[in-house]
Design a protein around this ligand. Sequence first.
Ligand SMILES: [Zn+2]
Length: 292
Amino acid sequence: MTIRELINMANSEAASLRVLRREERLKEIYSRCPELQQADKDITDLTGKRLVAKIDKNDKLVKILDEQISKREEQRDLIIKSSRIDPDYNEEVFICSKCSDTGYITGSDGTRKVCSCRKDLIEEAVNDSGMADYASFDMKHYRNDYLGNGKAREKILNSMVSIMMNSGAYKDKSLWLYSDKPQSGKTYLAICVCKAAIKLGKSVYYIKCEDIGYTAESVSDVLKTADYIVIDDFAGEVTQDHVCGSAVNALIETRSATGLKTVLVSAMPKDDLISACDMRIAGKIKNCGDIK
Ligand SMILES: [Zn+2]
């Protein structure tokens, strides 16, 4: 499941829990203060009667009931005061006050993030998004200069993040290519950006090129609709496999049509890819954005 689906599920659990907690609180307060329970019941009954009178256009009765309701409400307020009951006793209380049980908070820079109360779901989403084998890959440990040439890596990282955030000059293109020599830390960087995206509440998938066309249907559905996907180990000959080539081509087309971001990660230079790839895919790579 994507982080969004996980959060939605957790949110409906929180909603049920809120109702349950309210019921329990009411039960406890009513057993302590039966006259409050009676007052609440009377107000509910009178309000129901008022609704019927209103539908019947019986203005005289509406007026009478209005008076009765406010009288009873006044009596209830006195009970609340004298019994020292929290005036909000009847309200549902958010389980997490930080995010009001939405699962998201907006930082001072305006960026929406997954709330800390949903932190455990991030790991679950990472595992469900093709990255179960990369538990140790984390932005916390990421260093641009780890393999030398720190400035260039920093630029690439910034571009990858901007593509993922769909910001500025990166808005227009859907398909992007990150090509660099073998053993240059491409996978590490790509995974870190995917994980960061999940923390921002985005749906993400990381997949090796050779697996496309051979995954479960649920995965291919996510690949089509996720906000951001990375296709790693992208190579010309892999796309020559009939099943994989057709699936990659269809995937890129679907995602481009809806403006979703797709990043190809390859150890092959762009020109080599264009000449080695399945023809349909080569045409798309010609026009893709370059991550530099
Ligand atoms: Zn929260």
